[in-house]
Design a protein around this ligand. Structure first.
Ligand code: ADP
Length: 415
């Protein structure tokens, strides 16, 4: 748009100047006067208009020559001397005169001849004039296109930087922008790449620390559990066992997440009977939990990591149970194959998830309702691990939920 605007303004400016140049009387600049008086002295008495035109060819001036009763003129628009009025006299024989239309003429008197000089006006029908008027916009347009194309090429690296920054911002810290020039944009790319590298290093060392702690905590936790089991069961020992179980869940969850995120994805995929896989999990729950299982069509074999898929489904169902009141509870598990993708969906009629939490519930340790935490158990790692599992299979998880009405979690596993 900017280019078009500049081009349009340039074109209008050019046309205006062109018009001023072709119509102005100001170009009778002082040095033209001696030139034209020289011409008028040298001009042989013309025999015809053609001869006069020949003499004036190549100049920008039109001429009417009056010699007694006779007159010749190169352009019909030049009025005769008696139709002109004095505007400004330079000396006795040379002066500017104005016509009835206010056009300025230079009149030179030489003995019995009168030379009336005016500007040769451009004839709009003139093919050369038409060429110029057509060529200018065309050339302007072509130049603009060229400018736009060249500017576009300058902006290509900016698009790469934009895409790169978005990918890095989405968490793909191993991504580097592939631009290797030494210009200003190259320097900017280097800075962004360096920033990604630094971030990757910081996150990596944090993860390593977390993993090292998790690893180290495993053995003391097992020992603690054993020791608690040795003391007589009472309220305190039971609470301790619960807390130790929570801590073990966190440690195992963190170690699992590392395995799923690692370079070598920890998936052990095989062909399994999808219906059987789902049934095995649903069968783990008691009948009074009100879980309804629906297969939209008979399911074939699917190629997934059985243990991880079971973990995901178990987690979905556990959440549905946790976040739905027992009274009137309805949980529906649906599994189907569509477009070469295996879908598992778990819906409940529970408390639902508020809009502001929806984007965060897949983040590690995020819990929408902190106060509920103690009551329901769980540490906020379940959905994070589920998402990692789905992603490791090349799939994803979508959630739809309405506060107070219920939620649906849909995981897909491309086959
Ligand atoms: P948690 O151990 O807290 O259940 P999750 O990662 O499984 O951790 O879930 C994260 C948060 O998502 C939960 O704290 C809860 O607020 C919300 N959530 C998950 N599933 C449901 C559900 N079916 N209904 C309502 N909220 C849910």
């Amino acid at each position: 748009m900017l280019f078009l605007l500049i081009g349009g303004c340039g074109f209008i400016l050019f046309l205006t100047l062109f018009r001023i140049y072709t119509t102005t009387q100001a170009s009778f600049t002082p040095y033209r006067v001696p030139f034209l008086s020289y011409i008028s002295q040298q001009l042989p008495p013309p025999n015809s208009t053609e001869q006069l035109e020949l003499s004036m060819a190549g100049t920008i001036y039109a001429l009417r020559l009056e010699d007694g009763e006779q007159s010749w003129q190169t352009e019909p628009s030049i009025p005769s001397f008696d139709k002109l009025v004095i505007d400004e006299m330079l000396n006795d024989n040379i002066g500017y005169y104005l016509s009835a239309t206010n056009t300025r003429y230079l009149v030179i008197k030489a003995s019995h001849r009168r030379f009336i000089f005016g500007h040769r006006f451009v004839n709009p029908d003139d093919s050369a004039y038409r060429m110029v008027v057509l060529l200018i916009p065309l050339l302007t347009f072509l130049l603009l296109m060229l400018g736009y194309f060249i500017a576009g090429r300058f902006f290509i690296p900016i698009n790469w930087i934009k895409k790169g920054a978005l990918r890095i911002g989405e968490g793909d810290l191993s991504y580097r922008i592939p631009y290797k020039r030494k210009d200003e944009l190259g320097q900017l790319v280097d800075i962004v790449n360096q920033m990604a590298e630094d971030l990757e290093r910081i996150f990596d060392s944090k993860r390593q620390l977390l993993l090292a702690i998790s690893h180290e905590l495993r053995s003391p936790l097992t020992r603690m559990k054993l020791n608690v089991a040795l003391i007589d069961e009472n309220k305190v020992s039971l609470r301790l066992t619960d807390d130790i179980d929570d801590m073990r869940d966190i440690v195992e969850g963190l170690l699992d997440s590392e395995r799923l995120q690692g370079q070598h994805k920890a998936l052990d995929k095989c062909n399994v009977d999808a219906e059987q896989l789902i049934w095995e999990i649903v069968d783990e729950y008691e009948l009074n939990t009100n879980i309804e299982l629906v297969f939209n069509q008979p399911l074939d074999q699917v190629f997934v990591d059985v243990a991880k898929t079971k973990f995901l489904l178990r987690n979905f169902i556990n959440n549905a149970l946790k976040y739905t009141e027992a009274k009137g509870r309805q949980i529906k598990v649906t599994a189907y194959l569509e477009n070469q993708t295996f879908y598992i969906k778990v819906c409940d009629n529970g408390c639902g998830i508020a809009e502001q939490h929806k984007d965060h519930i897949f983040s590690p340790f995020y819990r929408a309702d902190q106060s509920r935490g103690r009551k329901t158990g769980g540490v906020g790692l379940g959905l994070y691990l589920c998402l990692l599992i789905a992603k490791a299979h090349g799939g994803d998880i979508q959630v739809t939920s309405e506060l107070g009405k219920g939620s649906c979690f849909l995981a897909n596993f491309p086959q």
